[in-house]
Design a protein around this ligand. Structure first.
Ligand SMILES: C[S@@+](CC[C@H](N)C(=O)[O-])C[C@H]1O[C@@H](n2cnc3c(N)ncnc32)[C@H](O)[C@@H]1O
Length: 205
């Protein structure tokens, strides 16, 4: 298994990503900045090295943002990156699928799960249930058919990963966890309001 932090840190290196993934990342951030009400409290699930938190805070300094992740190395990078950007960002080590861990978090106006992060979490139902408990609105952005097999190969290569097999919407990666992309029907089954993004959908629950 590759060290997860060494892989995930590349998810937010915009200048190295394929153009479509970069465009998707930027579109997600723009949509979110427009949607969040002033002075809102925000939880980002899977904040990794804090790039998105810093980007959001630069664009919306009024927000109170907390990031969670399961990789302590990434959270340590996030704290360092925030310090270098002269920002105060809170991070916590927390697995979104573990109710006891989530119980230690406060209640937020918004919970964000972006850039297909849900597709990396094996216990998707647990993650969805806990996110719904943690905030008034949950914003989930996932990849769908627009994230083609060809693009997936290019994207995972930039993360240092190699695809072993593709079965319908699941990518099995060499020495790493498998990753899922989503059908529209599946996203619709969550019962939220759906906006199209360059690589899939943003669903507001
Ligand atoms: C695709 S990357 C996140 C992308 C990114 N930070 C962004 O803003 O677009 C997925 C992140 O989710 C984290 N993660 C995976 N499973 C998790 C879980 N069960 N609970 C919390 N974070 C998790 C990983 O460690 C990784 O940093």
């Amino acid at each position: 298994m590759k060290p997860p932090a060494s892989v995930y840190t590349h998810c937010d290196e915009l200048d190295k990503l394929p153009v479509k993934n970069r465009k998707n990342w930027i579109t997600e951030s723009s949509l979110i900045c427009t949607l969040l009400k002033p002075n809102a409290s925000v939880l980002q699930v899977g904040c990794a090295n804090g790039s998105r938190l810093i980007d959001l805070k630069q664009k919306r300094p009024d927000l109170h943002i907390v990031g969670i992740d399961i990789e302590e190395d990434l959270l340590s990078d996030a704290r360092e990156n925030a310090k270098n950007a002269a920002m105060n960002i809170e991070t916590r080590l927390c697995d979104i699928t573990v109710p006891e861990a989530c119980a230690g978090l406060e209640y937020f106006d918004y919970v964000l799960c972006l850039n297909n992060t849900l597709g990396y979490i094996p216990d998707e139902e647990g993650a969805l249930a806990n996110m719904r408990l943690l905030g008034t609105q949950v914003l989930i952005s996932v990849y769908s058919d627009q994230f083609s097999d060809e693009l997936a190969r290019e994207y995972f290569q930039t993360l240092g990963l190699e695809i072993q097999t593709i079965e319908k919407n699941r990518f099995t990666l060499k020495d790493f966890t498998s990753v899922k992309r989503y059908s529209l029907a599946e996203v619709e089954s969550w019962g939220g309001e759906i906006t199209e993004t360059p690589l899939g959908y943003l669903c507001i629950l």
